[in-house]
Design a protein around this ligand. Structure first.
Ligand SMILES: C[S@@+](CC[C@H](N)C(=O)[O-])C[C@H]1O[C@@H](n2cnc3c(N)ncnc32)[C@H](O)[C@@H]1O
Length: 220
């Protein structure tokens, strides 16, 4: 066995949905409805949702920030993992997407744990810092061109020992293709180069879906 990863074929993806995590009928319906939409591919995959649920539980997180809510799959997974007095603050700038999210949060009975803000997320993160707020876990999954700026801003509002989870860090494999240079790929490359040498954090990149980096903030 070499160190390469197994290719995720459609067949294997179906298998993973069945045996790689627990996706209940409500989440399955949200996923299927979202996939019918024009930008449906932006949704996290079911294994990522289960993984985020797991992380929130393992960390015993009480405060979660999600940057990029879309139709609410990942927020629903994380909100379910929060204790009754836990809070997830979700940021997005597209009401047409978050209206769908709110319907599903209500149906799942997690609406009391979620606060949604329609805003420019990077500006809102700066406001959260001004207010002195800190989070146990932040999931970054919004406008990729600004990932390097989000990274710095998120570290400021992450608790020591807190976890920043960043999606799409492999950007369809483009980060490793020297022939590809365009704003998103270049921004993600800059981010990845920053994180790997950043002494303020511990980090690991998982080749999971489109690549997820876990960043743990050390005590200063
Ligand atoms: C990849 S999707 C998020 C997927 C979501 N986490 C899920 O589980 O399905 C990215 C979201 O970020 C939002 N977004 C993009 N740029 C933004 C910005 N500047 N401020 C706030 N939200 C933004 C988009 O509207 C979109 O809903």
């Amino acid at each position: 066995m070499n160190s390469r990863h197994v290719s995720i074929t459609d067949e294997l993806q179906e298998y993973l949905i069945r045996f790689g995590g627990r996706e209940d009928p409500l989440l399955a319906r949200l996923r299927e409805e979202t996939l019918q939409m024009r930008f449906g591919h932006m949704q996290v995959c079911p294994e990522q949702g289960q993984f985020l649920f797991f992380l929130v539980k393992m960390l015993k997180a009480r405060s979660v920030l999600e940057i990029g809510v879309f139709t609410g799959y990942s927020s629903l997974c994380m909100a379910r993992a929060l204790p009754d007095d836990g809070v997830l603050l979700g940021l997005d700038n597209q009401k047409k997407f978050t209206d769908i999210a709110e319907t599903f949060w209500l149906e799942a009975g997690v609406e009391d744990k979620i606060e949604l803000r329609l805003c420019d997320a990077l500006a809102e993160v700066a406001r959260l810092q001004d207010k002195g707020l800190e989070f146990d876990l932040i999931f970054l999954d919004a406008d990729k061109e600004r990932y390097p700026e989000y990274y710095e801003a998120c570290l400021k509002i992450l608790m020591p020992d807190g976890l920043l989870v960043i999606d799409n860090v492999l950007w369809y494999g483009n980060v490793a293709k020297p022939s590809v240079s365009e704003p998103i790929t270049d921004a993600i490359r800059r981010l990845n180069q920053t994180i790997v040498k950043d002494e303020r954090v511990e980090m690991v990149t998982l080749p999971f879906s489109d690549g997820m980096t876990l960043v743990r903030k050390k005590h200063s």
